[in-house]
Design a protein around this ligand. Structure first.
Ligand SMILES: [Zn+2]
Length: 688
């Protein structure tokens, strides 16, 4: 699980809209070293609204740029990282790298994306053979084969937590739940054009309106591609997707790995999920020699497979055609990209302008050749000194966790021993991976952006399939160095902290310890704590699915965490929507645990000395303010609604408010009963 879910999945998949946030106004992110006092609103009482207290002035003076759905600290750093990546790509292109090299591919991929004139000239030609193949499907057997051909490695249940694919199903290759020494195939539900089942099933006015707009969008896309009777076709596609949504598991249930650990052999599919011709499906996907799979949501496989049998072939052909065009809208003539943006950018996220094309080009290169750029990025922007300092902080945080676990009164000694063993075998990757992806099988042509993306996704899929059954590399990364995020990989018992997050304002070698521990320290603590949270407690020190807790430990944990879920259920970002405490529970536990451990690490780093003050703020105050400032953000309403529905993380302002669970915060700001965030000591959720 990662520290933020960048809403990039739609962006990267569809190459047209970007809901990830970035600010245009801060060329340099921090001018001072330490907390950003100028961003605070000191007229607000910290005990009433800690988020506004830390970020109020920044919020007042910040406008969300027209091409963004959101601005926050992560996005401002992502802007910097994207700009640097773009410069590197330009440099690479100018250096005229040898044919066939990774660098040549980077240059050719980016340039082919930027060549809009060539895209207009080609028109629908690159799409045509694929549309013709769909039109030529004669029966459900051929349909099953074609559906199999759409399978891609585009989902990720536990690392980057992306449960979405618009294809019928998605593949994730990861260490096996029941054999963590080898890579295994996980299959997941898919098939929706909108982000989640709720978009189809919710009866709220907002969702009904979005559905109507989506239907008209489907019709327009089909019309642009030359289809007739597009309103009728769109209405049938929506009807089919509504039926698919009814078979889908909710996001909160998707996070329960015990419900996900279902091994099916190839033969099981026909017996347990009749309807789809599975033999043809697996043949189309090129995985008919794979013996067994872990089926994450069996009921969705049963339901979707039955729909293949019960829904007319023509409807499925329209559905396939629509999803294909939509997935490539960003590299088809401008009318397609504009229509896609009109719906996903404007209606879904509230942005009024598309990101500049060069930025979308950087996202594309990051998505398909991320390591080829990342290798150069890490060399250029991450010094060995920064790496050593970050490693020292991680060591302090791990030591803090060790002490906390040892001191827990409720945990059984045997459970404690396994928790300590997990800390001992934890792999902590700092900055960049030890090995890089090999892109030799990905053919990039200088003038064929459609084909480049097609081949890129296919070669990525084949690389993942080729790993099935092979021994697990526990030091493998799941993020590129240029990503502003951090991640816990539970099946590998590993963490990744990419170079791009290890810089100011999260991490600044010149800032006082209070600010660094409050900012990046709480992020590191957040990721370490996933090792022991609702999901982490299900994996042992070797990444195996094994409940290493006693039932009494688990009961205490569940009681404490239920209290935290209930706390988040009370937050209402809009009058008609509350947060879902269960959907965001794992991340909320990680936030509380992250602050607690980072606070200990910070205190230990002082070695008994008094911390220096900054602008009259004590060390403890700076620590909590730095944490609160991690979450300063502005989000458009439409995007915030989408986040509440689809993100396992709570919106930023509620993440800042979680300091109310930490005793030291009350002491630091003299928070008293009657103040809005005040919780009586028994109501503060203490887990670690
Ligand atoms: Zn997380």
């Amino acid at each position: 699980m990662n520290v933020i879910l960048q809403s990039l999945k739609f962006a990267v998949l569809c190459l047209a809209t970007f809901t990830i946030a970035v600010s245009a106004q801060n060329a340099s992110i921090t001018e001072t070293h330490g907390i950003a006092v100028a961003n605070m609103d000191r007229s607000v009482k910290p005990g009433d609204d800690f988020y506004q207290f830390c970020n109020g002035e920044w919020i007042k003076r910040t406008e969300i740029p027209p091409d963004r759905a959101e601005v926050d600290v992560f996005s401002r750093l992502a802007d910097l990282s994207n700009k640097r990546t773009a410069d590197l790509i330009e440099e690479i292109a100018k250096s005229n790298p040898p044919a066939g090299s990774g660098q040549r591919k980077v240059a050719d991929l980016f340039n082919s994306y930027m060549d809009e004139a060539a895209i207009e000239t080609k028109g629908l030609a690159p799409l045509r053979p694929h549309l013709d193949a769909i039109a030529a499907l004669h029966d459900k057997r051929e349909l099953a084969h074609a559906l199999g051909e759409t399978l891609r490695a585009d989902v990720d249940a536990l690392n980057n937590t992306n449960f979405y694919t618009s294809n019928l199903f998605g593949l994730w290759v990861a260490p096996g739940f029941n054999d963590s020494e080898h890579y295994k195939a996980y299959l997941m539900q898919g098939g929706l054009g909108l982000p989640d089942r709720e978009y189809y099933l919710s009866d709220s006015e907002h969702m009904r309106k979005l559905r109507a707009q989506f239907q008209s969008h489907v019709s327009k896309i089909l019309k642009l591609a030359g289809f007739t009777d597009t309103d009728t076709r769109a209405s049938r596609i929506l009807e089919l997707e509504h039926a698919i949504a009814q078979t889908h598991r909710s996001l909160a249930d998707n996070e329960d790995i015990h419900k996900a650990n279902n091994t099916w052999t190839q033969a099981d599919f026909s017996a347990k999920a009749p309807g789809l011709n599975w033999t043809e499906y697996f043949r189309g996907a090129g995985i008919d020699d794979v013996d067994s799979f872990i089926v994450w949501q069996p009921e969705a496989f049963t339901g979707e497979s039955a729909l293949v049998a019960s829904t007319a072939l023509d409807t499925w052909k329209d559905w396939l055609a629509f999803h294909l065009i939509e997935a490539y809208a960003g590299v088809l003539p401008k009318s397609f990209a504009d229509e896609r943006f009109a719906f996903f950018g404007k209606e879904m996220s509230g942005t009024t302008q598309q990101r500049p094309r060069w930025q979308r080009g950087v996202f594309l290169v990051d998505g398909l050749l991320g390591d080829a750029v990342g290798q150069v990025y890490a060399q250029r922007y991450f010094s060995p000194e920064a790496k050593a300092q970050a490693q020292a902080m991680v060591a302090n945080l791990i030591a803090a966790f060790r002490k906390r676990i040892e001191a827990l009164s409720w945990m059984d000694p045997a459970t404690k021993a396994e928790a300590q063993a997990k800390l001992s075998t934890l792999y902590v990757g700092i900055g960049y991976p030890e090995t890089w992806h090999d892109y030799s099988s990905f053919e990039v042509k200088p003038d064929d952006i459609f084909g480049n993306i097609w081949r890129g996704r296919l070669s990525d899929y084949r690389r993942e399939v080729a790993r099935l059954g092979k021994p697990v590399d526990r030091k493998e990364w799941s993020m590129t160095p240029q990503t502003v995020n951090a991640v816990n990989l539970p099946l590998q018992n590993g963490l990744n902290f990419p170079a791009a997050i290890l810089q100011p304002p999260f991490f600044d070698p010149l800032a006082p310890a209070a600010a660094n521990y409050g900012a990046i320290g709480t992020v590191i603590g957040h990721e370490i704590s996933h090792t022991f949270d609702t999901e982490g407690s299900a994996f042992d020190s070797k990444g195996r699915v094994r409940n290493w807790w006693t039932s009494a430990d688990l009961k205490h944990f569940e009681t404490a965490t239920a209290q935290l879920a209930a706390q988040y259920d009370t937050y209402k970002p809009f009058p008609d929507i509350s947060l879902n405490g269960r959907q965001t529970l794992g991340e909320n536990i990680a936030d509380v645990a992250g602050i607690a451990a980072a606070y200990d690490g910070y205190k230990a780093s002082l070695g008994g000395k008094t911390a220096p003050t900054q602008d009259g703020f004590s060390g403890d105050q700076q620590f909590f303010i730095a944490f609160g400032q991690n979450w300063g953000s502005k989000t458009r309403d439409a995007a915030l609604r989408q986040e509440v529905m689809t993100d396992p993380h709570a919106p930023a302002e509620y993440r800042a408010a979680t300091v109310r669970n930490i005793d030291a915060w009350y002491a630091a700001f003299n928070v008293q009963p009657g103040e809005k965030l005040y919780l009586a000591p028994p109501d503060r959720v203490r887990i670690w």
